[in-house]
Design a protein around this ligand. Sequence first.
Ligand code: FAD
Ligand code: DLZ
Ligand code: SF4
Length: 512
Amino acid sequence: MSVLRLVLADQLSPSISALADADRNHDVLLLCEVMEEATYVPHHPQKIAFLFSAMRHFAAERRAEGWQVRYVALDAPGNTGSFDGEVARAVAELRPARVVCTRPGEYRVLCKMQGWQAALGVPVELREDDRFLCSEADFAAWAQGRKQWRLEFFYRWLRQRHGVLLDLDGGPAGGQWNFDHDNREPAPATLAVPPRLQHPRSATTAAVLALVQERFSTHFGALEPFTWGVTRAEALADWQWFLTEALPLFGTYQDAMLHGEVWLFHSRVSVYLNAGLLLPRELVEAAEQAWRTGAAPLNAVEGFIRQILGWREYVRGLYWLRMPAYAELNFLEAMRPLPASYWGGPTGMRCLAEAVRHTRDHAYSHHIQRLMVTGNFALLAGLDVKEVQAWYLAVYADAYEWVELPNTLGMALFGDGGVLASKPYAASGRYLDRMSNYCTGCRYDPAAATGERACPFTTLYWDFLARHAERLGSNPRLSYAYANWRRFPATKQQAIRAEAVRVFERLQEGTL
Ligand code: FAD
Ligand code: DLZ
Ligand code: SF4
């Protein structure tokens, strides 16, 4: 009897554990496009198109290798519209001896899978997702007994475990674990940013784009320009482009923002990594090799590796260790409704408009825009954590809950009260002015906290500190900020707090 092997849209790796030990002549691979997954949040049309096209190409490649593939397209007759329904239908029709799956990237989907054995009456095996460099169990062991979980220590531990960027004596290459201080340059407006690689559009992608246009046109986001690669070969081509064209300057401009520049020197590999077209191990090895051969400097390579070997693994470990309770946290009791400006509504805040525009047009914005523009504003304004989480999950092509939730709730919103980060990433307009050229030409003045041209980020930054003094005032990493606030005369403090009330009124009216 055959084995039914399920491959989800974010499991498009031929080496995935669900396919290990498979018998190509008898076993059946199941891939399904289902309405429930495309709509449980209103995913960006480019995200849906990317996943459907990548799934269809993956299925075609496996068929060409001799696999038997059951591919259920979105509008295929009989498509039940859900994972539950499609696995049940396949089991009823194929009568497999068992079902084999790799554990999914979302707790919500794991709960479904855990119910299948009882519901379907066949053994269902859930295997570890071993594409990651740190297993759930190893993360739990690392975290156990530590009072605080900090990225820096986790990252050093993982580098030593995997022998990444180490000297012959086992110390960090270049004598430092971290080159962050070299990676905070603003980008000059005249900076030449190389144009990205273009991918030829296959007939499969064209068909998927038409389908998505027809079925998901009400979702926020533009379908064109669709610039994503949809096969492993195309993802590798993008990666090779990054290694030669962008990695050397990745570190230097990692935190920079420039009006009109969507990608700067970022890799945009998260979309490919998270879907399984690229594997983290191979990227870390290739990036290290780039440094060892002199193709890229150490600050860039260390900075890049820290994102993949450090942050990516860290947020995943934290997610699985803390779910499902983690999703319910709201340390700062943030409950203000998400404003229309996050969905493209008008705003005079030039930085926010730019981040949302990139998001709408590309299903992408880079890390500093996500953290310090849309995330920072949501933090300072106390936007509802669930609404903000759902927004991030919907609008980015790389978003799956295991990576989106800790980044949104923990990193951007401090909603977990300090599990992920030691202090909120709160910043005023002055930070944005230093790291971008957005403020030139903005209706607001980043230096002003009160008055006609008060920058909402600056007003709300001080108001945020004042509002949460009880919860955050004793955080040693905020002592400098609170000392500054306390130095303000009472009249200035009152004026800022009154300005904040006006900012919130205008936010609600849609005139901010
Ligand atoms: P680069 O800047 O080129 O970085 C290289 C790689 O490092 C990325 O591809 C990614 O795989 C990894 N990486 C970098 N930072 C992080 C991080 N904080 N957590 C995990 N991996 C990281 N990343 C996602 O993959 N999916 C998400 O849904 C997601 N949501 C986010 C939400 C918020 C509020 C914030 C602040 C960050 C979020 N991130 C998310 C992390 C980060 O912003 C993206 O990984 C990055 O912008 C992707 O673009 P890139 O591939 O060009 O990254
Ligand atoms: C995000 C997404 C979308 C839009 N569509 C599908 C789909 O049709 N089929 C599928 O297998 N997965 C899809 N996904 C990803 C899932 O919602 C979910 O994030 C992952 O399966 C978790 O591992
Ligand atoms: Fe953003 Fe304020 Fe600068 Fe305008 S002045 S771009 S709102 S930080």
